[in-house]
Design a protein around this ligand. Structure first.
Ligand code: PEP
Length: 255
């Protein structure tokens, strides 16, 4: 199996009603895939917490399921939180961490994201850990400095083996939910930079094996071209992951 099996994450964010979630599960379960989700591509859907159990039970078994966050403490007196162990107890394999919406709205710092990534891995989860610059950082030529700042605490927290459990998602904030997708060349430039950063700061082995996803307005029209770039190993998809047919087309771009 390819060490960097193409990876498609679907981030449903805080969307869905009981009826729409049932429909989306049904659409995904009946989607005609031209790729083998057990072999050619890894697909992981990330519903809101309240639908996790239903999705885990009813979604096709060749798709994984991710939480959109987790609490990095043991179960106990933490009103309103969901400890890692509760997720693994119910068979959840993945968690999305460091999404720009949580960095921005929930005060999650670079260090918090790194610590949660480490805690999740120690607790038995794999992580889609997100990084990415805001528009003003890109425009002022700060993109690579910002990515260095976000990556450093993650690299300091993780052992070389831990990286087997990490998928890195490059999500330029200016492209998330805006319809303004990075061009394939823009995305590839950053992905190549990230891969070199990993080679220089972690190890060649990790650099060669870590999957780096692009996220930001990926849809069924642009995924194929983006996916042809050598350092783009898949996508983290927001809006288009809520439509079964569009998401299936994005998955098929792994061909
Ligand atoms: C995301 O939320 O991770 C994302 C990439 O959203 P969208 O695809 O809607 O831009």
């Amino acid at each position: 199996m390819n060490a960097r099996r193409f990876f498609i994450g679907g981030n449903w964010k805080a969307n869905g009603t009981p009826a729409s979630v049932k429909q989306l599960i049904a659409d995904l379960n009946s989607a005609k895939l031209e790729v083998d989700a057990n072999k050619d591509v890894e697909v992981v859907c990330s519903p809101p917490f309240v639908y996790l159990a239903e999705v885990k039970q009813s979604l096709r078994s060749d798709f994984g399921v991710a939480a959109q966050n987790m609490w990095d403490k043991a179960p106990g007196a933490w009103t309103g939180e969901t400890p890692t162990q509760m997720l693994t107890d119910m068979g959840i394999e993945w968690v999305v961490l460091g999404h720009s919406e949580r960095r921005e709205n929930c005060g999650e710092t670079d260090q918090v994201v790194a610590d949660k990534t480490k805690f999740a891995i120690e607790g038995g989860l794999s992580t889609m850990t997100c990084i990415g610059e805001k528009l003003e950082e890109r425009e002022s030529g700060e993109t690579f400095n910002l990515l260095d700042r976000q990556l450093k605490p993650i690299a300091a927290a993780l052992s070389e083996e831990d990286w087997d459990k990490v998928v890195l998602a490059y999500e330029p904030v200016w492209a998330i939910g805006t319809g303004k997708v990075a061009t394939p060349d823009q995305a590839e430039e950053v992905h190549a930079y990230l891969r070199k950063w990993l080679a220089d700061n972690v190890s060649k082995k990790v650099s060669d094996s870590v999957r780096i996803l692009y996220g930001g307005s990926v849809n069924d029209k642009n995924s194929e071209e983006l996916g042809r770039k050598p350092n783009i190993d898949g996508f983290l998809v927001g809006g288009a992951s809520l439509k079964g047919d569009a998401f299936a087309t994005i998955i098929n771009s792994a061909k």
